[in-house]
Design a protein around this ligand. Structure first.
Ligand code: DGL
Length: 275
């Protein structure tokens, strides 16, 4: 029988931080990770292009027999998910599902903020889309009163180029943190709204006062996915469970395998694919 894995899609490597939490939470499920490394980053691309690329990837993962696709990329979740769910899915695969990372994060933040003052750190694309403020308004049940955002365009390149332990990284991280804390001095919860930022968590913590909770998405997405699968047996029953995890990339395998270990903390074997 052909595997029916959970597809996990990201513009590149960053989604591996989400996959890491998913494989820990659902160790028996099969996963197929797809990184569009040849066309990364998405964070600076237009709405239309991110939508086009993401739809291509989702269709590809459906063809690989994934009943469910998690868009692990914030930028793609912000710019493409709604269209795919509402316009494309009914036409191309009404029995399949596509979920993103913004809604679970928004639900979690609404649960834990005490004073309703929330900060979002993300790519330019995620911030400009206003997806977080819009979704927080919709899904926080009135618990969130103020949302400020800050785009951190240097943070993804810092991680991608393995410049994490450098003075440059400290400089840019402190700069963006100072700006967002200045936008709202009462923030009590900060969302790391980009797949790459968990790798910078230690440095971010240095510049964020201890009374502010910092939310990393991997754990949250995993928690919410378990809950989703409990409520949606029509999807859960289709997923195969042999603990198999495959990695595919649109870039060269050598490049992917070299960098993936930084995100996953272990070596992996990948396969190059074309859409
Ligand atoms: N994966 C993207 C995100 O979470 C960051 C990398 C990119 O810009 O493509 O927003």
């Amino acid at each position: 029988m052909m595997n029916a894995p959970i597809g996990v899609f990201d513009s590149g490597y960053g989604g591996l931080t989400v996959l890491k939490a998913l494989e820990k939470a659902l160790p028996n499920h099969d996963f197929l990770y797809l990184g569009d490394n040849a066309r990364t980053p998405y964070g600076t691309r237009s709405f239309d292009v991110v939508y086009e690329y993401t739809l291509e990837a989702v269709k590809y993962l459906f063809n690989q027999n994934c009943p469910l696709v998690i868009i692990a990329c914030n930028t793609a979740s912000a710019k493409a998910l709604r269209n795919i769910q509402q316009l494309d899915l009914p036409k191309i695969a009404p029995e399949k599902r596509v979920l993103g990372v913004i809604r679970p994060s928004v639900e979690k933040v609404a649960e834990i903020t005490k004073n309703g003052h929330v900060g979002i750190l993300g790519t330019v694309g995620t911030v400009v889309s206003e997806s977080y403020p819009i979704e927080l308004k919709k899904w926080s049940g009135g618990n969130v009163k103020s949302v400020v955002q800050e785009a951190c365009p240097m943070w993804v390149p810092i991680v991608e180029n393995n410049e994490i332990e450098t003075e440059g990284a400290d400089f840019f991280i402190k700069k963006n943190i100072d700006i967002i804390l200045d936008k709202d001095k009462n923030i009590d919860t900060l969302i790391l709204g980009c797949t790459h930022y968990p790798l910078l968590a230690k440095i971010i913590r240095k510049y964020v006062p201890n009374n502010i909770e910092i939310l990393e998405q991997g754990q949250i997405v995993a928690e919410k996915l378990i809950d989703y699968l409990e409520r949606h047996s029509e999807i859960e029953d289709k997923l195969t469970k042999s603990g198999d995890i495959k990695f595919q990339t649109t870039e060269s395998v050598d490049i992917f395998e070299g960098k993936a270990s930084l995100f996953l903390g272990r070596n992996v074997k990948a396969q190059k694919i074309h859409f």
